[in-house]
Design a protein around this ligand. Structure first.
Ligand code: FE2
Ligand code: FE2
Length: 241
């Protein structure tokens, strides 16, 4: 499948001609005329979710971290490393998807998603700087490469993303959309649950509060990639790999 043209004066922006992919858009953000109404509603939700990591106080978490058991601390570091990888790859890969999206109302949502994934990355920086001792901060960023389980788990999704960059076929695009959905749902929730478990024992409550804010954003990303996208893309746009 071809990447959309950036400069396309011959594009047709009428609503009947609009498609999520494989359309012929001028790329103009004419948001007064929107074909996919669900995108309008989701835009409001995503914008209303804006938050700043530093507003969450992590003072108590610093004390809690020192009193975690060794397995708890290992899990805390490992899952943090897992999430750091996922948000990093999302920030980098969403524009690759957007390059093929020809409905401006959906491009708008993908731009906000990319911005939110970047905030998530910055929130991990805030957590690490506030809680972890200096000597172990850098180790967190490399843990996903050194830990066999983490590496295999991250490779599964990252390879699908990389395959689409290397070969932009319909089939690889479909795989990227499904991999993105799995990452935003199954993968993230798998990581979030540990922090909720700690908080239920009154440990690392500030970290859990930040994770809840990230979770709220990720939920909107799941909505963005769920049935509306799949149904409209496959049925309306005749996309069938
Ligand atoms: Fe994220
Ligand atoms: Fe996300």
């Amino acid at each position: 499948m071809d990447r959309k043209k950036l400069f396309n004066p011959e594009g047709d922006d009428t609503l009947n001609a609009r498609k999520i992919i494989k359309g012929n858009s001028t790329n103009l953000f004419n948001l007064n005329n929107v074909r996919y109404q669900w995108a309008n509603q989701l835009y409001r939700t995503m914008m209303a979710n804006f938050w700043i990591p530093e507003k969450v106080d992590l003072t108590q978490d610093k004390n809690d971290y020192e009193n975690l058991t060794v397995p708890e601390r290992e899990a805390y570091d490992g899952i943090l490393s897992f999430l750091i990888f996922l948000d990093s790859i999302q920030t980098n890969n969403i524009p690759n998807i957007s390059d093929h999206v020809t409905a401006p109302e959906v491009n708008l949502l993908l731009a906000i998603q990319t911005f939110q994934e970047a905030i998530h990355s910055q929130s991990y920086q805030y957590i690490i700087e506030s809680i972890l001792p200096k000597q172990s901060r850098d180790l967190i960023y490399d843990k996903w490469r050194d830990d066999k389980v983490l590496f295999e788990r991250n490779s599964f999704i990252a390879k699908i993303y990389q395959d689409f960059i290397d070969e932009q076929s319909d089939e690889n695009f479909a795989k990227v959309i499904i991999a993105n959905y799995l990452l935003e749902s199954l993968y993230f929730y798998n990581g979030f649950n540990f922090f909720y478990l700690l908080a239920s024992r009154n440990k690392m409550v500030g970290t859990s509060d930040i994770i809840r804010l990230i979770n709220r954003d990720e939920l909107s990303h799941v909505v963005l990639f769920r049935s509306e996208w799949a149904e409209k893309t496959i049925k309306t746009d005749g996309f069938c790999p």
